[in-house]
Write a protein that binds this ligand. Structure first.
Ligand SMILES: Cc1cc2nc3c(=O)[nH]c(=O)nc-3n(C[C@H](O)[C@H](O)[C@H](O)COP(=O)(O)O)c2cc1C
Length: 361
């Protein structure tokens, strides 16, 4: 079991100085065109102290891949100068900076992107306000894969230490892997193997771009292990995906979980937490970042029994000093208030605070 303050060198040669990572969290504060704002830079800088790496909120790789207003973009070279300021701010606190990259697929709205959302197939998500997407053509799929490569090139130019491919949380990469959103019968769907083709093609394109870089650059991949819909991704499907991802030159995998102790929705996997099953499946072949509900020093220790790294999300929003307190054995001084109770000492604009209050759980 890893101790939270131990360093670990990843496949790329990049060393993370400890096991604490800032989880990717959009704070919907980018400009209307996706450019980084001063508020975001200050937000990340304040939370970069102590953690080994900051993973940014997600950034769209194409204009029509944007999921919501206030999201970061990496869709054009214009994004590079501002993102450079963000990486400098994170580096000034001694942390590595990782940009999360994605395409929202059907999880967006025509009002956000100015056109009908697109996905693997014409199936709407089972969420409120879902819009019926159109099916992407083969040519468009190839363009999006290329866009992930171009986004990686830009992230390298902006000084990031790595990118995290966002294959989780119901966005486009997840949509291709899911039997709910992917009903295709061509090379991109129809069987478990074919549903994994798009995620793997994105990984390969991103890794090819990294080969061109003149410095070490890490690549992580985030996945959601199961989904609640029928049909939907089940843990067995995810084990297959992990087997495929293990063969790629990735630096880490990052599971997306509401709580690190969560049990699976499958009756066959009830003996331990989902995180424990996933960690076991990886068998040390590739480091795993665990996440979900970490609020105390004990949570950090418990999570690290089943993962190499511990990502901290909302606790870092509430208490930017939390990682430092953990590292200095002062975790009992952690702020435990929720947003609903009012966190007015945290410097955030009123709209950001309202958004986070609404999402907090
Ligand atoms: C405000 C907010 C924004 C989030 N944005 C993202 C995101 O951009 N990308 C992502 O992969 N996960 C996102 N998440 C999920 C978190 O990374 C994390 O998995 C989740 O909050 C559980 O961890 P926690 O209990 O430590 O917050 C977001 C969560 C919150 C609360």
């Amino acid at each position: 079991m890893a101790k939270y303050n131990e360093a670990l060198t990843l496949r790329s040669g990049i060393t993370l100085k400890n096991r604490l990572i800032m989880a990717p969290m959009t704070i919907v504060s980018s400009f209307h065109d996706g450019a980084v704002t001063q508020e975001e830079i200050a937000h990340y800088q304040r939370r970069a102290k102590g953690v080994a790496a900051v993973i940014t909120g997600t950034a769209n790789v194409t204009d029509n891949g944007k999921g919501w207003p206030g999201e970061l973009t990496i869709a054009t070279d214009n994004a590079i100068p501002n993102l450079t300021k963000l990486t400098e701010a994170v580096h000034s606190q001694g942390a590595k900076a990782i940009l999360q990259i994605f395409h929202a697929g059907r999880m967006t709205h025509a009002t956000t992107i100015g056109e009908q959302p697109a996905s693997a197939s014409t199936v709407a998500a089972e969420v409120p306000d879902a819009e019926l997407p159109r099916e992407l053509t083969n040519a468009e799929i190839l363009e999006i894969i290329e866009a992930f490569g171009q986004a990686t090139r830009r992230a390298i130019a902006a000084g990031f230490d790595g990118v995290e491919i966002h294959g989780a949380n119901m966005y486009l990469i997840h949509q291709f892997f899911s039997p709910h959103s992917n009903r295709r019968t061509d090379a991109w769907g129809g069987s478990l193997e074919k549903r994994a083709a798009f995620p793997l093609a994105v990984v390969k394109r991103v890794l090819a771009e990294v080969k061109q870089a003149e410095r070490p650059f890490l690549v992580g991949y985030r996945f959601s292990p199961v989904e609640g819909t029928t049909p939907g991704i089940r843990l067995e499907d995810t084990f297959y995906l992990l087997e495929q991802l293990k063969t790629q030159e990735l630096d880490y995998l990052h599971v997306s979980l509401r709580h690190y102790e969560r049990k699976s929705n499958s009756p066959d996997f009830q003996e331990k937490s989902e995180l424990a099953y996933l960690h076991e499946a990886l068998a040390g072949a590739i480091p795993l970042i665990g996440v979900g509900g970490v609020r105390t020093g004990n949570d950090v220790d418990n999570l690290l029994e089943n993962a190499e790294f511990c990502a901290i999300g909302q606790q870092l929003l509430i208490d930017p000093e939390f990682p430092v307190k953990v590292l200095e054995n002062r975790a009992d001084e952690a702020v435990t208030k929720s947003f609903a109770e009012g966190i007015y000492d945290v410097e955030m604009s009123e709209p950001t605070l309202r958004y986070l209050e609404k999402r907090y759980n």
